[in-house]
Ligand binder design. Structure first.
Ligand code: ACO
Length: 318
């Protein structure tokens, strides 16, 4: 039996830090409002001309190094992004070219904040069937390009960044299970409308019915966690680390409570990164690995919720 396991991780954040105080000088908000409602204190914003692929490349190179791989070892590239450099080719193709990988399959996954979970689940299935030996899976976003910087209800929430993993074939798991869901009936809760004519990625701005998204996130993630535990015949105490999508500390805390986990078993980056959409889980995972909290053999639950609506989880042994 072939399994998929994470061989190495990497991440990258743009240099420019935007604090809540910076935003309060632009729109009618305050550090107190943002921290108490979301847990966010600052976020990174890409400089002019710095694209999603630029961030992805930095994270990918770090993940390749950590995995002890060279680019030619990679036989599948998947980039999860909502903010691609171009309508086409996919950012995965642009990244492949930057890394000097020629020939293997490369494609993007668009599942908004759940994108990385979708991408990891897809890569795992390629590896399980034997068609892929080493996959590069990246979540990368420049959400700042689709944020309306005059809309205080959304502009305080998002940030830019990238995270990556190299997934390799092995004799033992690895990824234990993945659970992917979507329901397009909720498409209007969280959306970016394309403008006419379609002019590339940054065609419109994020609109969100925040309260409804919040309520849906808490109830949906509650059910998702139950589904993931049941599928693996696990108890809550078998999970060592929760690596959630970093949208809002109150949603994260509700999921941790559902799992009976203390907050020191949760990798939290939302305070420093904001919501980086598809990049948030691989960024948080890399932070936890590099600071030594997540150790080889630990059971880790990743879960995400986002536009679509989409939601999903991956349970893995690191
Ligand atoms: N500063 C100050 N006041 C604000 C701000 C702000 N930045 N934004 C909104 N307000 C005001 C509103 O205008 C409203 O004022 P009113 O009562 O006078 O009308 C008041 O604050 C309360 O607004 P709510 O929207 O009800 O605030 P809520 O407590 O719901 O918090 C938030 C808003 C943080 C957006 C929350 O609803 C949330 O986190 N939702 C989920 C977001 C999420 O998880 N998205 C997931 C995926 S993202 C993706 O897929 C791309």
């Amino acid at each position: 039996m072939t399994y998929a396991r994470i061989l190495g991780t990497g991440s990258f954040l743009p240099e420019h830090v935007v604090t809540n105080a910076d935003l309060a000088s632009q729109v009618n908000t305050s550090d107190e409002w943002i921290v108490s409602r979301t847990g966010i204190r600052e976020r990174r914003i890409a400089r002019a001309g710095e694209t999603t692929c630029d961030l992805a490349e930095r994270a990918a190179r770090q993940a390749l190094d950590a995995a002890g791989c060279v680019a030619s070892d990679i036989d599948l590239v998947i980039v999860a992004t909502t903010t691609p450099d171009r309508v086409f080719p996919g950012t995965a193709c642009l990244l492949q070219e930057r890394l000097g990988i020629h020939g293997p399959a490369a494609f993007d996954v668009q599942a908004v904040c759940t994108g990385f979970v979708y991408a990891l689940a897809i890569a795992e299935k390629f590896i399980r069937t034997g068609s892929t030996k080493r996959a590069l899976v990246v979540g990368a976003e420049t959400m700042s390009r689709i944020v309306d910087w005059n809309d205080r209800s959304t502009c305080v929430l998002f940030g830019d960044g990238a995270g990556a993993v190299v997934l390799g074939a092995g004799d033992a798991p690895g990824i234990l299970s993945s659970h992917l869901h979507a329901d397009g009936a909720y498409k209007e809760l969280l959306t970016v409308a394309a403008t006419e004519p379609l002019q590339g990625a940054a065609t419109g701005h994020i609109t969100m019915r925040g309260n409804e998204v919040f309520r849906m996130a808490v109830t949906t993630l509650d059910a998702l966690v139950g589904e993931t535990l049941a599928a693996n015949d696990l108890r809550q105490t078998d999970i060592r680390w929760l690596v959630p999508h970093q949208a809002n500390i109150r949603i994260i805390a509700a999921t941790a409570k559902r799992l009976g986990m203390a907050m020191d078993q949760v990798i939290v980056t939302v305070d420093r990164h904001g919501n980086t959409s598809a990049a948030s889980i691989p960024l948080a995972f890399d932070v936890g690995v590099r600071d030594g909290r997540i150790q080889r053999g630990d059971v880790v639950l990743m879960e995400a919720f986002g536009g679509g609506l989409t939601w999903g989880s991956v349970l893995l042994r690191y």
